[in-house]
Design a protein around this ligand. Structure first.
Ligand SMILES: *Cc1c(COP(=O)(O)O)cnc(C)c1O
Length: 378
């Protein structure tokens, strides 16, 4: 089945090929070249963060967080159940135990009122995900973390350029991770970044990204040879990847403007339909400026969702569901997850459908999606 209106389609600013070509002919294609440095400078400037390191993915940036915290088997990390696999897996591969928290029924973000009761002597970190680029209730979460001496990590894969009470998402935890996967707002195929907000972690973050070596110190002339000084891995992307990413980062305002218009049109033209048939649309608290990462509808029950997706499919429009709650996944169950453990996650996961949402979605395509949905009878 090929869709006329797919759920996602990559968007080009028009400069990606030019930059990749410039990189390819410059003879510096490995990491940490001029494109890597420019991308990092743009992100440091936009976020106002002390150091941003490009990485091969958001998943890898999360693994770097686990290494930075020196997580040990038996340590616990609190994560929302309603999230992508990597939020938990990146810590689990180092032997840490993910402890699943339920989400709020309105924003689908980690429920800040349920976090404190999950903290034990072994809790080392709280990982938050700003679902759809709408901020978690960070004041409450940060206060709990501080009280218990636990590190806050933001998995900010959805939330680059969004704010919470005027502060950039990605700067609210000691560490934050970004994704530039093809499905995200700003992309380079596969890629990510680690935002290091705690200056004390910068030097080790550089070492961890560079296979556990002090190569960064060597390049700055601080040591006369570099060697193996800590644990690490190969988390540095090629400058070819960074060249593509630079074109996208430079177009960030255009990208966000286009996505905002699509999101606002869906919201305003679907509101009457949604109200008339008991469907919930995304909720954005007033102190949050969101990132326009996705648009979803919450249907009354799983049967209606199946019919809704079929209804759109018959019109060659692709609607998809989102996360399987992690505590009910095969791995989650092996870690002790069970039915009823995170009831809001379980409930929304079977009722949520995402609409086609990408930077290049045309006006005509938007009209077709909206018309098709308004014809759907609950
Ligand atoms: C996409 C995504 C990731 C993984 O990003 P990669 O760059 O593909 O590793 C992690 N967490 C969340 C919430 C995501 O949406």
């Amino acid at each position: 089945m090929s869709y006329e209106i797919p759920f996602n389609r990559p968007w080009s600013s028009g400069r990606e090929v030019e930059y990749v070509q410039a990189c390819a002919t410059s003879w510096h294609t490995s990491g940490n070249g001029p494109f890597t440095k420019r991308c990092e400078a743009i992100l440091e400037d936009v976020l106002g963060a002390p150091r941003v390191l490009l990485t091969t993915s958001c998943t890898d940036a999360l693994e770097m967080c686990a290494l930075l915290l020196r997580l040990q088997p038996g340590d616990e990390v609190i994560v929302p159940s309603f999230t992508f696999v990597s939020t938990a897996n990146a810590f689990a591969i180092f032997g840490a135990r993910p402890v699943f928290a339920d989400v709020r029924p309105d924003t689908l973000n980690i429920d800040e009122t349920r976090v404190e009761s999950l903290i034990t002597q072994r809790t080392r970190a709280i990982v938050v995900v700003h679902y759809g680029g709408v901020a978690c209730e960070m004041d409450t979460i940060s206060a709990i973390a501080e009280h218990h001496g636990v590190t806050v990590i933001e998995d900010n894969a959805h939330g680059l350029l969004a704010t919470y009470k005027g502060r950039q998402l990605g700067t609210l935890g000691a560490l934050a991770t970004q994704s530039f996967h093809e499905t995200k707002n700003i992309t380079c195929g596969e890629g990510g970044a680690l935002v290091v907000n705690n200056p004390e972690l910068v030097e080790r973050a550089e070492i961890i990204r560079d296979k556990g070596t002090d190569r960064a110190r060597f390049l700055r002339g601080q040591v006369d040879k570099y060697s193996w000084v800590d644990l690490g891995s190969s988390y540095l992307p090629s400058d070819l990847t960074a060249a593509f990413l630079q074109a996208q980062l430079e177009a960030r305002e255009d990208i966000q403007q286009r996505r905002a218009e699509i999101w606002q049109r869906y919201e305003s033209e679907l509101r009457a339909w949604a109200e008339s048939c008991g469907v919930a649309l995304p909720h954005v608290p007033t102190d949050c400026e969101q990132a326009f990462h996705l648009f979803y509808v919450l249907l009354p029950d799983v049967e209606t969702r199946t019919r809704f997706i079929q209804h759109l499919k018959a019109r060659r429009i692709q609607s998809v569901f989102h996360y399987v709650p992690l505590h009910l996944s095969d791995m989650g169950r092996q870690l002790g997850g069970h039915d009823g453990q995170c009831q809001v996650s379980e409930d929304v996961a079977i009722r949520l459908a995402r609409l086609p949402f990408h930077t290049g979605l045309t006006q005509d395509e938007q009209t077709r999606v909206i018309d098709a949905i308004c014809e759907f009878e609950i």
